[in-house]
Design a protein around this ligand. Structure first.
Ligand SMILES: Cc1cc2nc3c(=O)[nH]c(=O)nc-3n(C[C@H](O)[C@H](O)[C@H](O)COP(=O)(O)O)c2cc1C
Length: 141
């Protein structure tokens, strides 16, 4: 057993309505359940951040599939690291919309509001982790 967490960011290629997001999550949750993958997907104005938790091999394979998904682009891995326990154990894939309050709670995050790009997080793994952590106990749908 080698439990790992992989976090990436990306940009949507299309308008993502709640219906689009719900369809995506329905399929993702079914597949994640079969693979014992948990995690959190965050969305704001065409920007995605996702944490995938599970067996190293399983999250690597899934990440390859996700990275090739045409619904988004500029997929950038922020980190992948061994973890002793899951941060989102109850969620086959949690989902939240990043709001101003959650962003304001993290130091230095006003930049993110002005410019939510994958590049912003490239060298800010701890900020990405802190942002995901804000949503640990919330579920949008
Ligand atoms: C932003 C984003 C996040 C996704 N997250 C997941 C996920 O957590 N689990 C999953 O199985 N698929 C996820 N997908 C969908 C996959 O890219 C893929 O369509 C799905 O796994 C089915 O792949 P398959 O038909 O090769 O089995 C996500 C797609 C996008 C665009």
């Amino acid at each position: 057993m080698s439990l790992n967490c992989l976090v990436y960011v990306s940009l949507a290629n299309q308008e993502m309505s709640d219906k689009h997001l719900q369809d995506l999550l329905k399929k993702a949750r079914e597949k994640n359940e079969a693979l014992s993958i948990t995690g959190m997907l965050l969305f704001r104005d065409g920007f995605f951040m996702q944490a995938l938790e599970g067996e190293k091999k399983d999250i690597e394979e899934l990440f390859t599939t996700i990275a090739n998904d045409r619904r988004h682009r500029d997929v950038l891995q922020i980190y992948k690291k061994p973890i002793s326990q899951r941060s989102f154990p109850d969620w086959k894939m949690g989902f939240n919309k990043i709001d101003d309050k959650s962003v304001a709670a993290i130091d230095g995050f006003t930049d993110f509001l002005k410019n939510p790009t994958p590049e912003f997080f490239m060298h800010r793994a701890s900020e990405a982790e802190a942002l995901l952590d804000q949503f640990k106990h919330q579920l949008f749908f």
